[in-house]
Design a protein around this ligand. Structure first.
Ligand code: MN
Length: 274
C-alpha cells in the first residue's frame, strides 16, 4: 500500500444477515452474516484494511470489537423496520430487518462513544438518520407523490439519476464543488423526516435526500450517501479520475476521502495514547 503498515487504517464494515431458513439446502436453519465483495474491495483499493463487523449481540463485545477499528462503514442491504422509527409497517412486505437495525444501532452508539468516523451507504444513510432521530419513507413509490424510480430490479445498478449537491459540504468538496453529479440508485426507502442534528447535502430531482452530514462536524464525523459508490468504479486509465462509466461520480473518491478521515483519527488516537 506504499505507506507504513502502522498508519494503514482499519475500517469496520457492517454485515448483512441471511436469516435462518429451514428450507435452505446448505446452512439449513442457520443464520449467516456476510459482506458484499465490492464494498470490501473498494475499501481496500482506497488504502485501508476492511474488517467485517459480526453481530456480537451485546454492548461490551461490540465496544471491544470497535476499539480495534478506525472508522465504521454502514453498508447497504435490507429495508429498515418501521418499528425502529416508531411506526408500524404499512404492508407486511415492508417490515424490514429489525435484527439488523438493532445490531447497527448498537454499532452507531458504540462508534460514537469511541469517537469513530461513521459513513453510511444506501441503507447506511437511512440507519444514520434513524439512529439520530429521523424517520423514513417505508415505500417511496406510494408515500411520495411524483417520485422518480429509485430502484428497479431489472436495471439494478444501471439505474441512476442526477443529484443536486451542496457545494459547501463533504460530498460537494469531494467533487471539487460540483453542484450536480450523476449517481446510481438502488433503494426502496428514503429519508422522510431528517434527524435534527443532520443537514441534507444532496437531493434527487424529486427532492429525495441523497446525502447528509452532521450539521456540526467539528467534534464528531458522521456522513451518509444514498447511492452505492462501491458500484461506481473509475476508468482503468485516462479521463477524469472523478468520473466513471456513464459520466457518473467515481465512487473511489468517496472511499479515499473516508479512509483519509479514518487515517487522521488513527493518528490522533495513537498520539493521545503515547
Ligand atoms: Mn436515488
Amino acid at each position: 500500500m506504499g505507506q507504513p503498515a502502522d498508519s494503514v487504517p482499519c475500517i469496520g464494515i457492517s454485515i448483512n444477515f441471511i436469516h435462518a431458513d429451514p428450507t435452505r439446502p446448505i446452512f439449513k436453519g442457520m443464520t449467516l452474516q456476510f459482506l458484499e465483495e465490492r464494498m470490501t474491495l473498494s475499501v481496500q483499493r482506497a488504502g485501508a484494511i476492511p474488517i467485517g463487523l459480526p453481530d456480537l449481540k451485546d454492548v461490551p463485545s461490540t465496544a471491544a470489537l470497535l476499539s480495534r477499528v478506525d472508522g465504521v462503514l454502514l453498508a447497504g442491504g435490507a429495508d429498515l423496520s418501521p418499528s425502529s422509527y416508531g411506526e408500524e409497517p404499512l404492508r407486511p412486505e415492508w417490515a424490514g430487518d429489525r435484527a439488523r437495525d438493532e445490531y447497527e444501532l448498537r454499532l452507531v452508539e458504540q462508534a460514537r462513544r469511541l469517537g469513530l468516523p461513521l459513513l453510511g451507504v444506501c441503507r447506511g444513510i437511512q440507519l444514520v438518520n434513524v439512529a439520530l432521530g429521523g424517520t423514513l419513507y417505508q415505500d417511496i413509490v406510494t408515500q411520495r407523490e411524483g417520485a422518480l424510480t429509485h430502484r428497479d430490479w431489472h436495471r439494478y445498478d444501471a439505474l441512476g439519476h442526477p443529484v443536486r449537491v451542496e457545494a459547501d459540504s463533504w460530498v460537494g468538496r469531494l467533487y471539487h464543488g460540483a453542484t450536480e453529479l450523476e449517481v446510481n440508485s438502488v433503494h426502496h426507502q428514503g429519508i422522510h423526516r431528517l434527524a435534527p442534528s443532520l443537514r441534507a447535502t444532496a437531493w434527487a430531482p424529486d427532492g429525495i435526500v441523497e446525502a447528509v452530514e452532521l450539521a456540526d462536524m467539528s467534534d464528531e464525523w458522521i456522513a451518509g450517501i444514498q447511492w452505492h459508490p462501491e458500484w461506481l468504479e473509475a476508468p482503468d486509465q485516462g479521463g477524469d479520475p472523478r468520473t466513471c462509466a456513464g459520466g457518473r461520480a467515481c465512487g473511489g473518491t468517496v472511499f479515499e476521502a473516508f479512509v483519509d478521515v479514518c487515517r487522521q483519527r488513527r493518528g490522533q488516537a495513537r498520539a493521545a495514547a503515547s
